[in-house]
Design a protein around this ligand. Structure first.
Ligand code: I6G
Length: 668
């Protein structure tokens, strides 16, 4: 049994170590050298070894030691992790500010601005002040549980400071690696003959996703917090909230600033850009947020991004390389896209060998020719782009490039419709490239969801003439599949089973899978709901199609033409003959939709869908979705952290539904 003095010493060491961490990571103001910190930690470790009954999960010694994992489990985010809209030009920022001023009916907006770190997004949950979960963004709805690894990062407190924390606090931030830490790590890895990382971002991501937390613990990872998903008990201004999070022991960038109006935003962008090269970490832009949280709620979300925030990117890094050739790729609908083949060049942190050139107009406008020296940019740090040619270094015999007259995949004529930038192969499904793309689309997740039918396999099936149309897929047998490259008996049998399992899709999925031009998932769902069966959709006139919510004249024409084409009708018949039995939808004309005449208002964050998904789903059932509550509102649908709309609903005695209530509505 430990005596009182030992207990007190252990307590004191823990408090001191936590304080030093706080000073080091949060205040950026260490008061002792690293060696002294290490000495205190060693003393605590020794005492805990002698008195293991006194070890607590939040002791500074407990950052390492978890067993290696076999994989990361998936965790659902209670509040989705959104993405940010991007701006590259000043004009985009002016538009952003104008939209907000107009919507909020204010002359000037207060914003919080901060650098956008180039790292890995992370969600951290604290319950009763203790770190209980660290999860990656994943697809925004669910991510990977990396708690054991997150616990090894000293910048992340295992326990919040003070006593004044909310019962549950979920914060969001970025795990990153400093440039100096990255250089040291790479030196160490190459010294040990191990593979090095290409940039600090990859190093941070790779280190966070180590299955063995002891390895993560050796990596110089840092963390900055940029927001909270749950704001209960926190100040109602974003900048004050960050300050409160800092006081709870969470590191927040010292470059967060409160600025006024669009001029303040642009000035912040200019000064941060000027400071960029002097920082010890990579930033790829700055982020602006409406500072007042009530105003944020009022602005809401569009798609997966908040309307009240904007990432203003810095100019992407550019490099010069040689354009070896321009090749043409054939898409699902025959669209031909010229692609630049480049001498490999390292730009924006990755090696680039291909870049899209979009279309012939773009090539002419940029006057890009094979053999040219070109400036390559990773725009928005994602899609590599050829910016321009260096014309004065051009070889004397250089020739402008032109679109081929015949499709490189099937030899059919290429046509360019007047007024359209896109050239198309006229080969239809005779063209193996179009067939491949169409089959990839057909098999995709949101379409027939045929597990195990990937691009490589489709390529073999098309090249060996085993599959011409989607219906042929359903006649494949195990011996045929097992004879293909990289296929064994077992995977062949699994694929046949997956094909069998895909035979009963909903009508909407089947429609989407058919790949009708301009018919995405939402339009396919509207068409399915409106017509109920393939037969009645196939017989619809353009006028009848335009009557469907979400369908305009262009889409209507594509749908109409699709069903007029005898080949398409044959493919559909062949699918039905092969055993496809789609699940028909109950027919609903626009004015017979179940929620016609009802008006809903959405507020707060929903767990199972974004607000805009909820809006689309309600509208597809005939409801109106309004942005403010009035006596005409049928009901308010409130997620977590609802805004003032909920108070208004209560004062007007308007019914309030939670997400379960919304589920019931949508099932009607
Ligand atoms: O990905 C992000 C980086 C930085 C963010 C972000 C941020 O603020 C400084 N803020 C939000 C609201 C989101 N993503 C969704």
């Amino acid at each position: 049994m430990a005596d009182q003095a030992t207990r007190e010493r252990i307590d004191r060491l823990r408090r001191e170590l936590d304080d030093h961490n706080y000073r080091y990571y949060v205040l950026d103001d260490p008061s002792i050298p690293d060696a002294e910190y290490d000495r205190l930690l060693a003393e605590l470790e020794q005492l805990e070894r002698e008195h293991p009954e006194l070890i607590t999960v939040d002791s500074p010694t407990q950052r390492v030691g978890a067993a290696p994992a076999a994989g990361f489990e998936t965790v659902a985010h209670r509040v989705p992790m959104l993405s940010l809209a991007n701006a590259f030009e000043e004009q985009d920022v002016r538009e952003f500010d104008r939209r907000i001023r107009e919507r909020l009916d204010l002359d000037q907006i207060d914003y919080a601005a901060e650098p956008k770190l180039d790292g890995v997004a992370i969600a951290l949950r604290y319950e009763r002040g203790e770190l209980v979960l660290g999860a990656t963004r994943g697809d925004g709805r669910s991510g990977e549980n990396v708690t054991s690894n997150v616990r090894t990062i000293r910048a992340i407190p295992l326990k919040l400071r003070g006593k004044d924390w909310p019962d549950v606090l979920e914060v969001r931030g970025e795990i990153f690696m400093t440039r100096s830490g990255f250089a040291r790590l790479n030196q160490r890895l190459s010294g040990a003959g191990e593979k090095t990382f290409v940039n600090p971002r990859n190093a941070a991501a790779g280190s966070l996703r180590q299955l063995d937390p002891d390895i993560t613990a050796t990596r110089p990872l840092q963390f900055y917090c940029y927001g909270a998903a749950t704001v209960e008990g926190l100040p109602q201004r974003h900048s004050d909230m960050l300050e409160a999070l800092r006081e709870l022991g969470l590191p927040v960038s010292s470059q967060v600033a409160r600025v006024q109006g669009v001029d303040g935003l642009l000035e912040y962008h200019r000064t941060t850009l000027a400071e960029r090269d002097g920082l010890d970490y990579d930033i790829d832009g700055v982020v602006y947020k409406v500072d007042d949280l009530d105003q944020q709620r009022e602005m809401g979300f569009v798609s997966r991004a908040p309307r009240w925030a904007l990432a203003h990117k810095f100019p992407a890094q550019e490099e010069i390389t040689r354009l070896l050739d321009i090749e043409v790729q054939v898409g699902r609908t025959g669209a031909l896209t010229p692609v630049a083949r480049l001498e490999p060049v390292f730009v924006g942190g990755v090696t680039v060998t291909n870049a899209t050139l979009h279309n012939l107009d773009e090539i002419r406008r940029k006057d890009v020719r094979p053999g040219d020296q070109v400036v390559v940019r990773r725009a928005g740090d994602v899609i590599p782009e050829v910016v321009r040619s260096i014309v004065d270094q051009r070889p004397a015999d250089s020739q402008p490039w032109s679109m081929p007259d015949h499709c490189p995949a099937c030899g059919s004529a290429v046509e360019q419709v007047e007024g359209e930038a896109v050239a198309r192969c006229t080969g239809g499904l005779v063209c193996p490239a179009q067939r491949m793309r169409a089959l990839e689309h057909f098999a995709g997740r949101a379409a027939m969801d045929i597990e195990g039918l990937g691009s490589r396999l489709i390529q073999q099936l098309v090249e060996r003439d085993l599959v011409h149309s989607p219906a042929d897929l359903y006649h494949l047998d195990v011996p045929t599949l097992a004879a293909l490259e990289r296929m064994a008996e077992k995977s062949a049998a699994n694929l046949v089973q997956a094909l069998e399992a895909s035979k009963t899709p909903g009508l909407a999925r089947l429609l989407f899978a058919l790949g009708i031009r301009e018919v995405g998932e939402v339009t396919a769902a509207s068409l399915a709901r409106h017509f109920g069966s393939l037969e009645s959709l196939a017989g619809a006139s353009i006028e009848e199609l335009i009557a469907v919510p979400d369908v305009g004249p262009v889409v209507a024409e594509h749908v109409f033409n699709f069903f007029q084409e005898p080949h398409n009708r044959e493919v559909i018949q062949a699918l039905l003959d092969a055993g496809i039995q789609y699940q028909a939808e109950p027919v609903r004309q626009a004015d017979d939709l179940p929620l016609v005449g009802n008006t809903y208002v959405l507020t707060g964050s929903l767990e199972r869908r974004t607000r805009s998904e909820a809006r689309s789903a309600l509208e597809a059932l005939g409801a109106k979705v309004a942005s403010s509550v009035s006596k005409k509102t049928t009901a308010v649908i409130a997620g977590s952290d609802p805004g003032s709309k909920l108070d208004k609903a209560e004062s007007l005695a308007i019914p309030v539904l939670d997400e379960d209530g919304l589920d019931e509505l949508l099932a009607s």
